[in-house]
Design a protein around this ligand. Structure first.
Ligand SMILES: Cc1ncc(COP(=O)(O)O)c(C=O)c1O
Ligand SMILES: Nc1c(O)cccc1C(=O)C[C@H](N)C(=O)O
Length: 411
């Protein structure tokens, strides 16, 4: 084998991030390669939520809005998250969900390009990105959605000079492949359009550089480990902050929310991208995770992510060669996030059989086996065990068991 389990254990012993694994709750006997869907809980999340319930909510009741900074959570948490995506203070607001964040960012982009009536949308994007844009265009009226596939067809789509904005995900949720955001953004902006990036599969996977983008959105419950349903973020480039106005004009984005004025007036700066009452308990678990992130060196996070994903590709290709897997992710580490995907015609039962044996990945239609490598808590030995178990499932055809064909509601 390319590398033994003992060699992997030695790599783990030398891993500069190894102490951070102890910060997470991970069930014994589980190799958890689904941190690209729902990150593992930081151990300190539970105490953080309990503290907010007992001390802040329980101790100060409604007074906690002032005393404990609840009202400012969207911007204070945005400032804490900003360095992870290459943004500065006052550029990120946290709240709502990614789907809502998409409406905020795209509607603001459309208003900044009033003469242009086309939104470019990626057929391969995560469906909610497409659905939200479809809903928005329908509600506004007079907009055309022009489909591309990744960046295929992008130049043609931009050629008419009628595109207001382009919405793409930096990392493809199925393949794990990563766009060159600086290059794509430059192309879009050269055509006079605005670039909106979805960073759901980027934030916490590696050091993102959001700075060329006009807007960006993303969730905090994957690699950022904020917890199920933890709030999303919106990034607004400083050059747009004075003029950008989105359509979800809720009172938390008002210039003077407690003046209770009858008409909407946007707050200064990124605060206008807040909409409504923050989910205070979810912010508590997210901030607990950001405490852990503050201790992570992002260059080390990236180096480990590249090492883990490269190792997984090498081991699976070596151990599973006869069994019909196809690599769906780029071999070039620069062109992938922290995920590796393989195709297999029986992908669904293969994944179910693998999960039954303690290795958790997930399946994405039509035939993708997805494995996410969260660098804060995944070890080289986990990569080794996952590849060996996958080979066993394929070699022994465990996936043929009828139980594994039954579809679960959530895959
Ligand atoms: C690229 C991408 N965008 C958006 C979402 C989800 O959006 P929401 O948090 O609104 O459910 C996901 C995952 O669920 C995703 O992978
Ligand atoms: N957000 C999710 C959910 O509400 C239920 C189940 C899964 C998810 C996910 O995040 C899936 C993930 N975005 C994906 O890339 O497939």
């Amino acid at each position: 084998m390319a590398i033994s389990r003992a060699d992997c254990a030695a790599l783990d012993a030398a891993d500069p991030l190894r102490h951070l694994r102890d910060e997470f709750v991970l069930p014994d006997g589980t190799v958890y390669l689904v941190g690209n869907s729902l990150g593992a809980p930081p151990k300190r999340a539970s105490a953080a939520v309990t503290r907010v319930v007992e001390e802040e909510w329980g101790g100060r009741l409604v007074g906690a809005w002032n005393a404990d900074g609840w009202f400012d959570l969207p911007t204070s948490t945005g400032d804490r998250l900003a360095p992870l995506i290459g943004a500065g203070p006052g550029q990120v607001v946290v709240g709502d969900t990614t789907s809502i964040a998409i409406v905020k960012a795209v509607s603001a982009a459309l208003r900044l390009r009033p003469g242009r009536r086309v939104i470019v949308s990626d057929l391969d994007n995560f469906p909610t990105d497409r659905y939200m844009v479809q809903g928005l265009a329908g509600a506004l009226g007079g907009y055309e959605i022009r489909d591309v596939r990744g960046t295929e067809g992008l130049d043609e789509a931009l050629a008419g000079g009628d595109v207001a904005c382009v919405l793409l995900s930096e990392v493809d949720y199925r393949t794990g492949n990563r766009h060159d955001t600086a290059e794509v953004t430059a192309r879009v902006q050269a055509a006079g359009a605005l670039m909106v990036w979805d960073l759901c599969h980027s934030a916490g996977a590696y050091q993102v550089d959001v700075s060329p983008a006009d807007f960006a959105v993303g969730c905090t419950y994957k690699y950022l480990n904020g917890g199920p349903g933890s709030p999303a973020f919106v990034y607004v480039h400083p050059r747009h902050q004075a003029d950008a106005e989105h359509i979800l004009t809720g009172w938390h984005g008002h210039a003077a929310p407690f003046a209770f004025e009858p008409g909407y007036r946007p707050a200064e700066g990124v605060r206008r991208f807040a909409v409504s009452t923050p989910h205070v308990l979810s912010f508590a678990s997210l901030n607990a995770s950001l405490d852990v992130w503050e201790r992570a060196d992002l260059a080390e996070v990236r180096a480990k992510s590249v090492a883990l994903t490269s190792l997984f590709i090498d081991l699976v290709e070596e151990l599973c060669a006869p069994y019909g897997l196809g690599l769906a992710t780029s071999r070039d580490p620069e062109r992938r996030g922290s995920q590796v995907s393989f195709t297999h015609p029986e992908g669904y039962p293969v994944m179910r059989a693998l999960i039954d044996r303690g290795v958790h990945g997930d399946f994405r239609a039509p035939d993708i086996l997805r494995f996410g490598f969260a660098p804060l808590y995944i070890r080289h030995v986990d990569v080794h065990d996952a590849a060996v178990t996958l080979a066993e499932v394929l070699e022994k055809e465990h996936w043929r068991d009828e139980r594994y064909r039954r579809r679960l509601a959530v895959t």
